[in-house]
Design a binder for this molecule. Structure first.
Ligand code: SAH
Length: 215
């Protein structure tokens, strides 16, 4: 049911914002047509859920623009069986998109209220290959490492070595890096003890913050 609602708007979003800008991975395009983004934004923004920009989700945080969600998912080069770590669950929308593209998703969020709202939304959609945890993503999720893919939804100044060490050999990390106003989306590929970095795109993300939030 939920997956049928507003399907035409998602089809149009994929055509005009995502495929039009060069995202080609058919599984990513299908995921973006499938996941009901309107369920992940606050009700007051429901009408804008499929528009071409980020939206506030409370606590000073935002759900990324649809194109950026798709671009990052494509950049992870997922085939279907991967173990994925996400830092910054936020609304859970990116988590839901990734859940259709990989084997399982572990996602860490530092704001309890966002985490619980994301949990409720994901459960209502019966998405069951996702595990969420309240915590400080600067530490990754050591008990579940290594990961074939890691995605950061908030920007650190530099990618923490603690997180890079949780990447499997051959694994990819996609993250916005740098200070507000001068961030670059990068992909880091682990080859043994070497980490190859590619710059992909200029972006604007909320900053990654240390510690679990007390609000
Ligand atoms: N992909 C999310 C975007 C959320 S915005 C979505 O689709 O909605 C980025 C999120 O990163 C915020 O919820 C913020 O609280 C979280 N965040 C920032 N620093 C963090 C940290 N150190 N550990 C975990 N989450 C963090």
């Amino acid at each position: 049911m939920a997956f049928d609602e507003r399907k035409d708007e998602r089809d149009f979003m994929v055509r005009s914002q995502i495929a039009a800008r060069g995202v080609r991975d058919r599984r990513v395009l299908e995921a973006m047509r499938k996941v009901p983004r309107h369920l992940f934004v606050p009700q007051s923004y429901g009408a804008e859920a499929y528009d071409d920009y980020p939206l506030p989700i409370g606590f000073g945080q935002t759900i990324s623009q649809p194109y950026i969600v798709a671009f990052m998912a494509e950049a992870l080069l997922l085939k279907g069986e991967e173990r994925v770590l996400e830092i910054g669950t936020g609304s859970g929308y990116q988590t839901a998109v990734l859940s259709t593209l990989a084997g399982n998703i572990r996602s860490v969020e530092r704001i309890a209220a966002l985490l619980e709202r994301a949990r409720a939304t994901l459960e209502s959609l019966k998405i069951d290959n996702v595990e969420l945890r309240l915590g400080d993503g600067f530490f990754g999720w050591i008990e579940k490492a290594p990961f074939d893919a890691i995605i950061l939804s908030a920007a650190p100044f530099d990618i923490p070595a603690t997180i890079l060490r949780q990447l499997a050999d051959g694994g990819r990390l996609v993250a916005p890096v740098g200070p507000s106003g001068a961030q670059t989306l990068v992909r880091v590929t682990r080859r043994g003890e070497h980490f190859d970095t590619e710059a992909l795109l200029d972006v604007a993300f909320v900053p990654m913050r240390p510690g679990v939030s007390d609000i």
